[in-house]
Design a protein around this ligand. Structure first.
Ligand code: COA
Length: 156
């Protein structure tokens, strides 16, 4: 049976579980201070989390400035990948944005991270640019963009 995935906005008490996932899935994880900043820096920053059986299994962090959304971080715990958690995070986070109008979503992804690039393309993101030496280890990033027509359906 498929597990039931629940999406909600982040709570400060989610931080330890988010940190654990961050450390498991990224070679250069964000620090606790950075994650804490993203969780608390409202209204510019937003975070939605995905839960299975009340346990956090993934999260998506974004910034919203006027009509521009920037996805800063998305991760699904290693043992929970390829089960539709990322899909649900990606398809539902914009419902928590405060307004309803067309906007552009941007993100950067390591050009060697083929899994993430395929994931983003699946959800309509297109490569628009490249950034040289974007990552701490010196890797280049692809800049990807998607236009979103409607959002803001849920009161956070
Ligand atoms: C990228 C990531 C968030 C995807 O989350 P996920 O829950 O595994 O993704 P889903 O199961 O919802 O997959 C949705 C679709 O994305 C694509 N996709 C996801 N992972 C993929 C992979 N490893 N290889 C190829 N395509 C993939 C597929 O089209 C998939 O649909 P399908 O399963 O029906 O074929 C997850 O792999 C992850 O956390 N990776 C490590 C952290 C990371 O790299 N984050 C991105 C930083 S820019």
């Amino acid at each position: 049976m498929k597990p039931r995935i629940v999406i909600r906005t982040v709570k400060i008490t989610d931080l330890p579980q988010i940190m654990d996932i961050e450390r498991r899935v990224f070679p250069h994880p964000w620090t606790e201070a950075h994650l804490m900043f993203e969780i608390t820096n409202k209204p510019v920053s937003g975070t939605t989390v995905a839960l299975i059986d009340n346990e956090i299994v993934g999260y998506l962090m974004y910034h919203l400035i006027y009509d521009v959304v920037h996805i800063n971080n998305i991760a699904v715990d290693s043992t929970r990948q390829r089960k539709g958690v990322g899909r649900l995070l990606m398809e539902s986070f914009y419902r928590y944005l405060p307004e309803r109008q067309p906007c552009n979503i941007f993100l950067e992804v390591d050009q060697t991270n083929q899994a993430a690039i395929r994931f983003y393309k699946k959800f309509g993101f297109e490569e628009i640019d490249r950034r040289k030496n974007y990552y701490p280890a010196g890797g280049d990033a692809l800049v990807m963009k998607k236009k979103l027509e409607n959002y803001g359906l849920v009161q956070a």
